[in-house]
Design a protein around this ligand. Structure first.
Ligand SMILES: *Cc1c(COP(=O)(O)O)cnc(C)c1O
Ligand code: SF4
Length: 377
């Protein structure tokens, strides 16, 4: 069978996001046009059929190393037999999002904010996805009347001032639908900020067209959070996409998932954070990977994450450092090393990021009093 993907595009096709969507790799034959799958990959492509969606955009595929099955890009999107290990957890919905959904695909777990999954579609399916339970699944697609139900819920709850559009990937929707959705939300007085969570700048940066940016710029204040995991993803195409968003007045943040063998080292994380701020993207969160069935091979101990954060703190531009977050059904918990070693009514003892101890008193010490000598730790 002749593969449908024709991976020798003209420059015009390469710059057209719809061409990428139409020519995504979704079969082993198509994958063979860019690399020779290992027997594990080949077996996994077959075994994961019907378990979790699979597709790779030509843009993201072009970043894979055909000679290295351990390539951090390739591992994010090519199935592996490890996914079939429904490990000890086997959990589908670790954050109990379904229980927190008053209407379809709308998660209300914080008093002032909702996450609204406006589509279940993505351009690629990341093998570790937090929402594996729903992404790519037809039953989680949103019809217009279902979107209206979500909008009506937000309109009926004046405490909601921050709406996070997520999915799936909201930017798989066409410009007209995005414009409609943002117009409806903007018509609600109490909605203060709207955020879009999208991985398009990483997997399909061509999606960030001038036309899309025109639409977005009509609905401020609007923020975008994207999802770079590895410095190899910081391509010139991604740079153009981010520049367009920023010029449209949209601040861009980044959420990374800590993934074993992909970005679980100090060097990779430092390079990623520095590369992000060079593109004027603010590193926002570094997520501890969730306990989701079939993703055990990506999970890194929290100790490793804490060590990476400790090595970044004080050694990188302050705003280049994300917050390390554990998400729970009770909300996000920052995983920070305790820099406050002790405190009482007089003040606190802290440990600096360089290891020195410091006493900060609430009031200036009496003149002539003996300074406190502290050991170095
Ligand atoms: C993460 C999340 C948010 C947004 O949280 P911030 O910390 O404000 O970025 C909102 N709703 C849900 C359900 C979430 O998981
Ligand atoms: S882009 Fe986001 S929602 Fe889509 S598969 Fe990847 S991690 Fe999941």
């Amino acid at each position: 069978m002749k593969p449908k993907t024709e991976l020798k595009p003209t420059p015009e096709q390469w710059n057209d996001w719809k061409w990428h969507m139409r020519n995504r790799i979704t079969s082993e034959d198509e994958l063979r046009q860019v690399l020779e799958p290992t027997s594990d990959e080949s077996q996994a492509i077959e075994a994961t059929k019907g378990v979790f969606q699979w597709s790779i955009t030509p843009h993201y595929a072009s970043l894979m190393d055909p000679n290295d099955p351990a390539c951090p890009i390739r591992r994010q999107v090519v199935p592996a037999m490890d996914e079939m290990e429904f490990d000890s957890t086997g959990i589908e919905d670790p954050l109990e999002e379904v229980a927190h959904s008053p209407v379809k695909n709308l998660i209300h777990n914080y008093p002032d904010r909702v996450a609204f999954c406006v589509t279940s579609q993505c351009a690629i399916y990341c093998r570790y996805c937090l929402r594996k339970r729903m992404v790519g699944e037809a039953e989680f697609m949103m019809r217009k009347d279902e979107l209206r139900e979500g909008i009506a819920y937000i309109a009926a709850h004046p405490e909601i001032r921050d709406v996070l559009l997520t999915g799936g990937d909201p930017l798989t929707l066409g410009d007209a639908n995005i414009d409609w959705l943002l117009t409806e939300l903007r018509a609600i007085d109490h909605v203060d900020i709207i955020r879009i969570g999208t991985r398009m700048p990483v997997k399909l940066p061509q999606r960030i067209t001038p036309e899309l940016c025109e639409v977005l710029s009509k609905h401020h204040p609007l923020w975008v959070n994207t999802h770079f995991n590895h410095p190899k993803e910081l391509t010139p195409e991604a740079g153009i996409a981010i520049d367009r968003l920023l010029r449209a007045g949209v601040p861009v943040g980044n959420q990374t998932v800590l993934l074993k063998g992909i970005n679980d080292s100090v060097e990779t994380m430092r390079e990623l954070c520095q590369g992000l701020v060079r593109m004027r993207i603010r590193p926002y969160y570094l997520y501890q990977a969730q306990l989701i069935g079939g993703t055990g091979h990506f999970r890194t101990p929290i100790e490793v994450g804490m060590h990476i954060m400790e090595q970044l703190q004080g050694k990188l531009t302050g705003f280049a450092i994300p917050r390390y977050i554990l998400d729970t059904p009770f909300g996000k918990v920052p995983l920070t090393r305790d820099y406050i070693l002790g405190r009482n009514a007089e003040g606190v003892v802290v440990r600096s990021t360089r290891g020195e101890l410091w006493v900060e008193l609430n009031e200036a010490p009496e003149p002539g009093s003996v300074p406190i000598e502290l050991p170095r730790i």
